[in-house]
Design a protein. Structure first.
Lengths: 348, 496
């Protein structure tokens, strides 16, 4: 075989064409996308929310999106391995709180990954006391801590559950320096474990959620399982978007009584602490910006159509789409507030 | 009449279809009821709550029941809670009584499912109130009770106990998970392996490696025999199934179903503990404990009524407290949330229609499971007549697929399967006891969490003896179980 000029030119043209077509493909999401999530549960809020978003995205872009509940550590590993856009991730504030609390397997997502758009909020993060508790409100709890009484708070350490506890300690410090030592953590695991610590009188306050604990607040006082909300951490603006009927027998207006500004957990002298559990995309750091833009655009159109909001609200999520750039700025600001809270309570 | 409004042809079809698919999932090594429910969960959204639950509950009952098929025919537990079914089921298959063993298991499954369903229907709120009396201390003692049977399941007491502790040790490799209340730190991981072992060894790949792959390696070493002849598998007059096998087993069925239901209502204790406790209780109270592990029908009855007893039990805390009793019922919460329904202490009162639909769906699923499996099982049993040079590669492929998919696509799980397949093969050579090893591996993480949390919460070791009357009762059972193990072991030694 002789290499004629024509053959060499043909080969070169073919190479350029296939390279350019590859480049074109690389700039959009592939046909099959794996959406890993930071939770191992397929019954929890991360999975439900991700499934809703995945379905909408798949329909919009005409691709297949499969949600895999692999858990945070494996999800970050999967994301590390793939910059082509075949693997995307959805998780919530735990992704950076785990890093702030020094949990193994959590690096700083703002440095190691691209932070994508936010999609929804779970406004349910809450703190509860037994219905027969002498603590009627957060003010009572801070007053008890000031008076030297130990207040035991059941949490799952290292993330979303702990940030409210850190905020309580910080508030106690703001209100009465030194009293924060009397707000003590009872480290537990699942919601079931947290409830059980209350029933075993091992904790005075537990971290819970509106979704998981609301029915316990409806039980009569003489029922050992009965509880009462003392604090819902969501921003009032977030809770205002919840359906007016609220959840179960607790209306939105009743929920608002346990949230800022009616229930005060001071962040500093001028502001109250709030926490919304927000779900957002995470990408491999080297993923093409064109794919980031493609997802942003697709989600903008999906949210503009308005259908996804209905499904999210049915599952008690608050729709909260912010494109990547805005989401990054918003989440970074949030992270820096919480970093300061954690720093303040660990410093003397 | 409102009670029957939810019963539509679609409702019934979804239960039956779900049960069928669940049986298939349960029967494939490495696939579980949890996986079946997870796969079908997104499909339930357009179905509505009652129809969605019909599908999921069918999958749940079918998935738990289907696990007995590979356990009996192939010595591979289809689900972790079928481990004890292998102990007597597989020896019966080796004797050519596979079909009989399967039918015993199916009948026991039906009994366990129905008894637990009755308990669920009549006593759910009361049982839930009782369940919350079990703090970390009592839960640890239940796990200890289950662990105390390690000796009873061993040919050699000391080697059995050593194997059990080895299982516990290996189960603790990884991260002390924050979701269990741990500190999120690594422990027991050899240097350089943190990337692979930070989540430890996953249960199901370990199980199918030790039971499935090691058996294939063993057979390969011995040389591949031809499959059992069709006549030998199917019947032989003396081994034909008859309901008379249940004569004298009423107490065993009731006790095992009760244990399954009871363990089910305790969140976090786990389904495997149910069948282990049911099996060893049956052995301890049996007039012929030495026959257990050699193809004793009472062993299959205990194991299967125990693990199906779990199905109703695990729904008790879910529907009365909003807390799932096991990993599969945890997924059912997703189905409720997708439909905007809360589960908690008011669920049954607020949603009588859904409650009735669930009970009815469970009942139909149990009956459908029985009919489908009982009458089709003679054909399924023929699997062991397939020549092993064809069967084993297929099993191996299913094991690998199962291991890879169990945690939604983690390649290290396939390596776990291979590592523990090799370990299981070597263990037989150095005469380690596999059953106590597996029991230790399954129960080790729960034992650790409950032990540590008990000490963190109550301060010192005396709490294990003084916490409550339940703790005292559990100690009596533990000591009885240990004494029983020693007695059985001595009698077996003397018989030899």
């Amino acid at each position: 075989m002789t290499f004629t000029r024509r053959l060499i030119l043909s080969l070169a043209a073919a190479t350029v064409l296939s390279a350019s077509s590859y480049a074109a493909v690389a700039q959009e999401l592939p046909r099959n996308v794996r959406l890993v999530i930071g939770s191992k549960s397929t019954g929890g809020d991360t999975y439900q929310n991700s499934a809703i978003v995945a379905e909408a995205l798949a329909e919009k872009l005409g691709i297949n999106v499969k949600v895999d509940a692999v858990g945070a550590t494996e999800a970050f590993k999967a994301l590390d391995r793939d910059s082509r856009g075949t693997t995307l991730m959805i998780f919530h504030d735990q992704s950076y709180l785990g890093n702030l609390y020094g949990v193994q397997g959590y690096s700083n997502p703002f440095e190691g990954y691209k932070v994508g758009p936010t999609v929804a909020i779970n406004p349910g993060n809450a703190y509860l006391v037994p219905k027969t508790s002498k603590y009627q409100s957060m003010d009572d709890i801070f007053a008890a801590a000031k008076a030297g009484e130990k207040v035991r708070v059941a949490i799952q350490p290292g993330g979303v559950s702990e940030i409210g506890f850190s905020a309580m300690k910080n508030a106690a410090k703001v209100l009465s320096p030194g009293s924060e030592a009397n707000i003590v953590a009872v480290n537990t695991g699942s919601q079931s474990d947290k409830n059980q610590t209350m029933w075993d009188d091992l904790s005075d306050v537990i971290n819970g959620s509106i979704q998981a604990n609301e029915q316990f607040t409806q039980l009569p006082e003489d029922d050992r399982k009965a509880m009462r909300f003392v604090w819902i951490t969501a921003r009032p603006a977030t809770l205002q978007q919840a359906p007016a009927q609220g959840m179960g027998n607790t209306t939105r207006d009743q929920m608002l009584k346990f949230a800022d500004p009616e229930t005060k957990v001071p962040l500093n002298d001028s502001e109250n602490f709030t926490f919304d559990k927000e779900f957002f995309f995470l990408y491999n750091q080297d993923m093409d910006d064109a794919i980031v833009a493609q997802i942003d655009t697709a989600l903008s159109e999906i949210y503009a159509a308005g259908e996804i909001q209905k499904r999210q609200k049915e599952a008690f999520f608050i729709p909260n789409f912010l494109p990547s750039a805005e989401a990054q700025a918003h989440l970074l600001a949030k992270r820096s507030t919480y970093e300061q809270v954690i720093k303040d309570i660990t410093s003397n | 009449m409102p009670f029957f409004e939810f019963i539509t042809p679609l409702f019934l079809l979804l239960i039956i279809g779900g049960t069928f698919v669940g049986i298939i999932f349960g029967a494939i090594p490495g696939m579980t009821a949890t996986m079946a429910v997870a796969v079908c969960l997104p499909l339930t959204y357009p179905l509505g709550l009652n129809n969605g639950l019909a599908l999921l509950l069918g999958l749940y009952v079918g998935g738990i029941s289907g696990g007995l098929v590979p356990a009996i025919l192939l010595n591979i537990p289809g689900t972790p809670s079928s481990i004890t079914t292998t102990f007597d089921g597989y020896p019966m298959t080796q004797r050519g009584e596979g079909e009989k063993a399967l039918k015993i298991g199916i009948c026991a499954s039906l009994a366990g499912g129905i008894i637990s369903l009755i308990a669920l229907y009549l006593f759910a709120p009361a049982l839930a109130d009782f369940a919350i009396r079990f703090s970390y201390v009592e839960k640890f003692l239940i796990i200890l009770f289950a662990l105390s049977v390690m000796g009873a399941l061993s040919a050699n007491l000391l080697i059995g106990i050593f194997s059990g502790f080895l299982g516990i040790f290996i189960s603790l490799i990884g991260t002390y998970d924050i979701s269990s209340g741990g500190n999120g730190k690594h422990r027991l991981i050899p240097p350089g392996l943190e990337y692979w072992l930070d989540s430890g060894f996953s249960l199901l790949p370990v199980l199918i490696g030790i039971f499935g792959l090691s058996a294939i390696l063993q057979e390969a070493e011995n040389g591949m025999p031809l499959g059992l002849s069709r006549d030998k598998v199917r019947i032989g007059k003396s081994s034909k199934f008859s309901f008379s096998v249940f004569k004298g087993q009423a107490l065993n069925v009731l006790r095992s179903s009760g244990i399954g239901t009871f363990v089910g209502i305790l969140p976090g204790v786990g389904g495997s503990a149910a069948s282990i406790l049911a099996y060893t209780n049956a052995k301890t109270f049996s007039k012929n404990p030495e026959n257990f592990g050699k193809g004793e029908p009472a062993g299959i009855i205990a194991s299967e009524s125990g693990n199906n007893g779990l199905t109703g039990g695990a729904l008790v805390p879910l529907l009365s407290l909003g807390i799932p009793g096991d990993s599969t019922t945890a997924l059912l919460i997703g189905a409720f949330t997708l439909q905007g329904i809360q589960v908690g202490p008011l669920f049954i009162g607020n949603n009588p229609d859904t409650w009735n639909a669930m009970i009815f769906a469970m009942l139909i699923a149990n009956v459908a499971m029985f009919i489908m499996m009982f009458y089709a099982i003679r054909y399924v049993a023929l699997i062991v007549t397939i020549p092993k040079h064809i069967l084993f590669p297929i099993i191996l492929m299913m094991c690998v697929i199962g291991a890879y998919t169990i945690n939604y696509g983690i390649m290290f799980d396939v390596w776990t399967l291979l590592i523990f397949g090799l370990f299981g093969w070597l263990a037989l050579k150095i005469r380690l006891e596999i059953a106590p090893f597996i029991i230790g591996f399954i129960l080790g993480p729960s034992a650790e969490v409950y032990f540590v949390k008990s000490l963190e919460s109550f301060g010192d070791l005396t709490i294990f003896f003084t916490k409550s009357w339940i703790a005292v009762l559990l100690w009596v059972l533990i000591l009885g179980s240990i004494a029983g193990s020693v007695f059985i072991n001595r009698r077996a030694s003397q018989a030899e």
